[in-house]
Design a protein around this ligand. Structure first.
Ligand SMILES: C[S@@+](CC[C@H](N)C(=O)[O-])C[C@H]1O[C@@H](n2cnc3c(N)ncnc32)[C@H](O)[C@@H]1O
Length: 253
């Protein structure tokens, strides 16, 4: 990479970081088209990924789960199919995404088990050591400080609790990566921006993917946040990755 490429990459990184402070406002704007566009642009694969998350839940009764950046509650509505779960709390900064999630929960008659509220993933309105599992799907890369998000998830987990982070990543196979990047850089933003009616929501969201750590880099960040037994499960050629870790029973200072 030349010095000028490096400078422009640094500038782009800073511009994206700045915008992440209020990225939830973009979701307020695109909330009504979010679900149908997601299904269409991912060809429904995103639903399969969330089911994979459900399969990786700990095998324990009465699980209480906190889902960050819950959006329109797609994750809670799939996880709740696991009969071990007693309740799920979903938090997000976008009131419009949550309003749609609330309607879906009401329609599914699940308001006793799933509740949603406003909450910042970098400053959780939750007590220490209270949740069995914390989840975040396609949300953490939108946080202004994703490492703070990891630390917050660690703080609110009970000792022995499990973190699950699902996020986009880049396929390792050269050919698949090239095809994927063409779709991701050209096709997806074009369709997304038109159908969401938002000038550049999908261009911005896609840039955040290529700017975000994945694979071993993300696992190292989880370890730095003190998680143990960390692992990464690549999904669909590595287009997305599910990261899992555990909060130790005894936390070293
Ligand atoms: C791509 S959506 C993912 C929604 C959902 N988890 C899913 O899998 O469909 C990202 C969500 O992150 C939320 N978000 C952005 N910044 C946030 C923050 N600091 N704290 C909590 N949620 C945030 C947005 O409002 C948006 O609903």
């Amino acid at each position: 990479m030349t010095q000028s490429d490096q400078n422009s990459s640094n500038e782009q990184h800073l511009a994206l970081k700045e915008r992440k402070n209020e990225s939830y406002k973009i979701f307020d704007d695109i909330a009504t088209t979010y679900d149908p566009l997601n299904r269409f642009l991912s060809l429904g694969i995103d639903v399969r990924w969330r089911h994979r998350m459900r399969k990786e839940l700990p095998q324990k009764p009465n699980l209480e789960i906190l889902d960050l950046a819950t959006g329109t509650a797609d994750v809670p509505l799939i996880l709740i199919k696991n009969s071990n779960i007693s309740k799920i709390r979903g938090l997000d900064m976008s009131k419009n995404m949550i309003a749609i999630g609330d309607q879906k929960i009401l329609k599914a008659n699940l308001e006793e088990k799933i509740t949603l509220g406003i909450g910042d993933g970098c400053a959780l309105p939750e007590k220490d050591n209270t949740w069995d599992v914390t989840t975040v799907s396609f949300g953490i890369r939108n946080f202004p400080d994703y490492f703070k998000g990891l630390q917050e998830m660690f703080r609110v987990l009970k000792p022995g609790g499990q973190i699950m982070v699902m996020e986009f990543s880049l396929p390792t196979n050269f050919l698949i990566r090239a095809i994927y990047l063409f779709y991701f850089r050209k096709v997806l933003p074009f369709i997304g921006n038109i159908f969401s009616g938002h000038g550049d929501a999908y261009s911005y969201l896609n840039k955040t993917v290529e700017d975000f750590p994945y694979g071993e880099d993300f696992i190292n960040k989880m370890k730095e946040a003190k998680f143990i037994e960390t692992r990464a499960i690549p999904l669909t050629f590595g287009i997305a990755t599910l990261y899992i870790g555990t909060k130790p029973q005894v936390v070293k200072p």
